[in-house]
Design a protein around this ligand. Sequence first.
Ligand code: NAD
Length: 395
Amino acid sequence: MTPGTTPIGLGIAGLGMAGAVIVHAAAKHPDFVLKAGADPHQGPRDAFARDHNARAYEDVRMLVRDAAVSVVYIATPHQFHAEHARLAAEHGKHIILEKPMALTLAECDAIIAAVERHNVHLVVGHTHAFDPAVRLMQEIIARGELGKLGLIHSLNYTNYLYRPRRPEELDTARGGGILFNQVPHQIDTVRLLAGGVVRSVRAHTTALDPARPTEASCAALLQFDNGAAASLVYSGYDHFDSDEWHFGISERGAPKEIAHGAARRALALAQDEAEARTAAFAYGATNSALPPHQPHFGVTIVTCAQGDMRATADGLAVYSRDGMRQIALPRGGSMPGRREVLDDMRVAIRAGKPPVQNGRWGKATVEVALAILQSARQGRDVALEHQVAVDGSSG
Ligand SMILES: NC(=O)c1ccc[n+]([C@@H]2O[C@H](COP(=O)([O-])OP(=O)(O)OC[C@H]3O[C@@H](n4cnc5c(N)ncnc54)[C@H](O)[C@@H]3O)[C@@H](O)[C@H]2O)c1
């Protein structure tokens, strides 16, 4: 914390899986103090209030009225993002909004309008574009160290579809499936690396399990205005696990025992899927230890004219005609990736510097996700109209 400044009061809307992670990150961040949380479930509320000596409300409408809260971190299910962001803005709270920003472009527009009307800051994240390794790759590209960017390949194989789910998470029309939940990490990351402005999308998606009938795999080609392209591959069927190819480390950076099919087997034993979800992921049920390695999202390989780059367990590997060199990244005291999200909000509040991942950026990422769905359904290229560059200029 800068001498003479008091920590920024943080409120968490939704004390589930994402809420729990940001609580652990914020508790170790010197510039923020946890003041309140909101969740309809009593278990996570009680655990949060006890652990952080904070208030815990049943309803987000009470959280946004809490005078000690300056920033609301919205980690409620997707379908509530637009409503909760509007409520927070109306009460003069700055907002950090989990991905996806919202489910439609109209909802994104409503959030942007509310944020502007009430003159508050909005950071759309966390996504893995905030990972220190991604930010370092962005700097290396921007400095021109490896010459012109040509291609980005992002691949992730997980157990996504077989983690316990609520019914709407298995229904694409209600925001279910990987295009709203998982692929935004990949879209945000490749947009940050390639300058932000996607010109067109061509994609194929698959829903391979009739019992869980939403998209759980996809292949997409994104073409950027600067001539670069990105291929995104995601598959969430709990068979192959691409963390095998990332040093056996989990998404958040913890050592991981790779167990193919384990999520399917556990799900088959669950009596009540919604209850199993709360029991497994709510605040209080999750591990609060700071992972020993850097976070990552599958395998991302960046190809430039004079070299390739990829994230490693503890930093970055750069491959060039001189061989391979490793760049270590400091892990710091707060959780990498989430720390950067909080840092961006702190800088917006204290220095007035707008975040790159603001409302227009978040809308552009939602536009790409929707275009992937559209391209897959229509079997054609889809042109993008609402893109924004890293420097904030319109695409
Ligand atoms: N950035 C990431 O890596 C990441 C990881 C997980 C989830 N997320 C995002 O976070 C959001 C939540 O996902 P999750 O996996 O944590 O879900 P979750 O079900 O684990 O948690 C959601 C929580 O919100 C609570 N909730 C539901 N309705 C509410 C309401 N009206 N008011 C307040 N709380 C309410 C639920 O009781 C639950 O505790 C999603 O939009 C998801 O995309 C992001």
